[in-house]
Design a protein around this ligand. Sequence first.
Ligand SMILES: C[S@@+](CC[C@H](N)C(=O)[O-])C[C@H]1O[C@@H](n2cnc3c(N)ncnc32)[C@H](O)[C@@H]1O
Length: 307
Amino acid sequence: MKLTTDLYLGDCREELKKIPCDSVDLIVTSPPYADQRKSTYGGIVAEEYVEWFMPAADEFLRVLKPSGTFILNIKEKVVDGERSTYVMELILEMRKRGWLWTEEFIWHKKNCFPGKWSNRFRDAWERLLQFNKNRKFNMYQDAVRIPVGDWAKNRLKNLSETDKVRDSAKNGSGFGKNVSNWIGREMVYPTNVIHLSTECGNKNHSAAFPRELPEWFVKLFTRENDTVLDPFMGSGTTIEVANKLRRNAIGVEIVPEYYDAVRKRFAAADTVDGKIRKEQKLPERGNVARDVKNQIIRIPEIMKFLY
Ligand SMILES: C[S@@+](CC[C@H](N)C(=O)[O-])C[C@H]1O[C@@H](n2cnc3c(N)ncnc32)[C@H](O)[C@@H]1O
């Protein structure tokens, strides 16, 4: 089957209107966080964040298939000694607009930023909020199984009688386990905490995902030939991963330099049989703001790479 990767230059709140309803299996994205990276691309104030984000969220709801999933990587920062509440407000507003907040994954950043504060410790995690349109959605849990780990070798060597039956927890929680169920299992399901280092190779973008992050969600929520969307594409990590895993991909990016960098990366040999159908020049540096507005004249609306 032919795979496609469509790249749109512009504001995703507008560009996504060109995409049909119920056509995307998975959205994985990291938008600009409130009050962060003003000098490069973002800087929406926390108080206005929900209002800014909702037109995009409404488009995501429209383009996502009923069986699809939306994964939103976001984290509130500390302002005046307090954690901002805009992410919580965002969740509440999305629920009002029809989204189900089905799960929250934690990205544990193994190499989190160094520092010392008198009233808090280093911030070593970010949220990955899961939203769905329905309670029943596509999920391929076997695709993300992990090795059981060395603990199993010793623990399963000499099982007691209790280990061979379902043993209820002594604290009355109602939980129980049968340790012998682990025998012979090489691979097990992970938890909802994902342990990964941040991207250090920077890829000419200040907030690029480590590849393994979108990869995990693409494997968990899609199959080959499904369609993955990253509406805040940045350096295109999600798009590249989707392509390598033989999924169709759609990316939207508002900054021409980032958009062009992704386009060039797709021309490189490390994509799935990649071949650029159309080559077009970007405007000279310095015209960026004007070109974003007048993009139709200077920059292709859609670059489509066919395989
Ligand atoms: C946190 S970065 C995404 C990084 C990406 N996950 C990666 O791996 O490189 C957010 C990106 O969204 C872009 N952006 C900001 N507002 C946008 C909008 N309204 N529509 C499309 N892209 C936007 C920014 O230019 C930035 O590149």
